[in-house]
Design a protein around this ligand. Structure first.
Ligand code: G6P
Length: 608
């Protein structure tokens, strides 16, 4: 109740006056602390509210009607189709009817969804455990938009960095900025991991085959180096010449162990060939921590900033993605990507829930996972260019919503988050679709594209390769929804002993999202839809979707192992301080890995 009141009142105040605590930072911190304490005291879960209980009760009702019968109601289907800015969403194959939707909207009200969305756009510190606002929407705002946090409009800062990227990427691409030996830098290696890698990789993979973008990228190569496995470093430099390569070190914190080691490895690769002074011409950085960038040896003038109000997994629209992508495709292509994301931001912020794509997707995902009990979600783009979309969304979704406590730190009495996975169709059909058709129920997102980036028509065939792909896009959702009954099989004269094996229960929910084309703008739209959908789910569950404490424990244990490896090799110290199993395995590892260097050696990754 109290928590609801706070969520309700603060955004309204801040809309009128700017953030209410903006003038005095000390008071602001104290107020935030007090609010957090108040929130702690009022641990009403969303599952204790009447709308939640109504939805629980509604599950039995909806289970009485098979999806194939729901699909017979054309009015229902019509009401579950939505068009916005060239995109078509069809959610008629959800196990839901008008009552489900009404109840979900009532749940959204009880969770103060509208106020929470406003709080995000208003720059409130909704990431309370890190005391930060969540403003990735500001990264793609147009120059004239005003998005404030702590009393300051952040849009001019965003555009200052974007202008710097435009200028720098133009200079690199035109050859006015050259490497240490006077050669044009035509190849780029972006070193980064997690949010400093997955989003840019997804966008790069999607743009690569777009004719307009590919034309702009002619003669240039962009590669990513993420894994600390030395094979990845070797692959990243394979065939590249340090003289013509620019390394972009991308790390929000500039402390991530893997990225820093890879950055040192590539620095060594450059300096071994061109001398230490070459770093100034061949290495630049993207980070929020410009002090550490300088300490690493990169000129702060060659650093591109972003801000702590951008979560790593939401950073693809910051310099994290915009710099490497602009180097490859030119800033004007990337600007279209930002515009596509901005179009969805505005839609998400202003459209009524009944017509709001991220809200509808988010609410129905909560319905599927929490109420119907389907904990996984398959992301199935029928487009090879989107092959890195599911890996990116895995991080955005599972790092955001894989939480065990509410925003006020109280253990949740229900499970939050989903298990996301996916593959492009039709490849996935020949892999895991067996399970989603006859095994566990996994709600699916089918993503299709109307106009392919490639049109291949073979002699004598009127159905193009792309039509063939899309035939599957249209067929699979119906196969999941309708299934196949024993009666149908009998009418097809299927032998009785095979009928149980060939029966498809159906009643398996899916969404269809159709994009007109796969260009920079649509890719931006797609990204923002998923980012906001995931936020909607977290807002409903009442968790903090913007922190990620769960990744820390493994990191600190790895650092203990690293220390031990160092001590064993340099001082011959015995393995100690671990449990029996880890000690045994570590000892085996050390014994088997000989010769063990006792002092630092430099062996650069070999070009493979
Ligand atoms: O950008 P960095 O600071 O190097 O962080 C890279 C990644 O590190 C961690 O694993 C976090 O869980 C991710 O959210 C983050 O994206």
């Amino acid at each position: 109740m109290l928590r609801g009141l706070i969520w309700g009142i603060l955004p309204n105040l801040s809309r009128r006056t700017g953030p209410w605590y903006s003038l005095n930072p000390k008071a602001a911190k104290r107020e935030r602390f007090l609010s957090a304490k108040l929130l702690m005291a009022s641990s009403t879960f969303i599952c204790d509210t009447q709308p939640w209980k109504d939805l629980k009760a509604h599950v039995e009702d909806i289970k009485k009607t098979h999806l194939r019968d729901l699909m017979n109601d054309h009015e229902r289907c019509k009401s579950m189709m939505l068009e916005f800015d060239g995109l078509d969403l069809d959610y008629s194959r959800q196990c839901a009817n008008e009552h489900t939707m009404e109840k979900l909207f009532t749940l959204a009200e009880a969770a103060h969804l509208k106020q929470k969305i406003n709080s995000m756009f208003n720059g409130e510190h909704i990431n309370s455990t890190e005391d930060r606002p969540v403003l990735h929407v500001a990264l793609r705002a147009s120059r004239d938009e005003v998005i404030c946090t702590d009393g300051k409009n952040v849009v001019p800062e965003v555009w200052k960095v974007l202008d710097k990227i435009r200028d720098f990427s133009d200079r690199i691409r035109s050859g006015s900025w050259v490497g240490a030996t006077g050669k044009t830098l035509k190849d780029v290696i972006a070193v980064g991991i997690g949010g400093s890698y997955l989003g840019p990789l997804f966008v790069h993979t999607a743009l690569q085959t777009n004719p307009e973008a590919a034309q702009c990228a002619k003669g240039r190569q962009l590669r990513f180096l993420a894994n600390v496995d030395p094979i990845d470093a070797a692959k990243s430099i394979s065939g590249f010449n340090p003289e013509t390569t620019l390394v972009v070190v991308v790390s929000k914190t500039f402390t991530t162990a893997e990225t820093m080691l890879n950055a040192r490895t590539l620095r060594e690769w450059i300096t071994a060939a061109l001398g230490p002074q070459a770093v100034a011409k061949h290495m630049v950085a993207v980070s929020t921590n410009l002090l550490l960038v300088e300490k690493f040896g990169i000129d702060p003038n060659n650093a591109f900033a972003f801000w702590d109000w951008v979560g790593g997994r939401y950073s693809v629209c910051s310099a994290v993605g915009v710099l490497p992508l602009s180097l490859q495709y030119g800033f004007s292509v990337v600007e279209k990507f930002l515009k596509g994301a901005n179009s969805i931001d505005r839609h998400f912020h202003s459209a009524p829930f009944e017509k709001n794509i991220p809200v509808l997707l988010g609410l129905l995902s909560v319905w599927n996972s929490t109420f119907l009990g389907y904990p996984a979600r398959a992301i199935l783009p029928y487009s090879q260019a989107l092959e890195k979309f599911a890996p990116h969304i895995q991080q955005v979704s599972m790092e955001s919503n894989g939480k065990g406590v509410s925003i006020d730190g109280v253990p949740l009495p229900f499970e939050a988050g989903e298990i996301d996975f996916g593959e492009p169709g039709t490849n996935g059909q020949h892999s895991f679709y067996q399970l989603i058709h006859q095994g566990r129920v996994v709600p699916c997102d089918f993503i299709g594209v109307v106009k392919s980036q490639q049109s291949v028509y073979l002699k004598g065939e009127i159905v193009s390769n792309h039509d063939e792909l899309m035939s599957n896009f249209f067929a699979q959702p119906d196969a999941l929804a309708y299934g196949k009954t024993p009666e149908q099989l009998r009418s097809e004269k299927v032998p009785e002993h095979l009928i149980p094996h060939k029966t498809f229960s159906g009643n398996r929910p899916s969404f269809c999202l159709l994009l007109p084309f796969l260009n920079a703008y649509n890719i931006g739209q797609l990204l923002a839809i998923y980012e906001h959908r995931i936020a909607v789910e977290g807002f409903i569950w009442g968790i903090n979707s913007f922190d990620q404490w769960g990744v820390e424990l493994g990191k600190s244990l790895a650092s203990q192992v690293r220390k031990q490896l160092n001590a064993s090799r340099t001082k011959g110290e015995a393995i100690e301080g671990f449990n029996f199993s880890t000690m045994a395995l570590l000892t085996k590892y050390l014994e088997a890995k000989s010769p063990i260097p006792s002092e630092p050696v430099t062996t650069l990754p070999k070009d493979i």
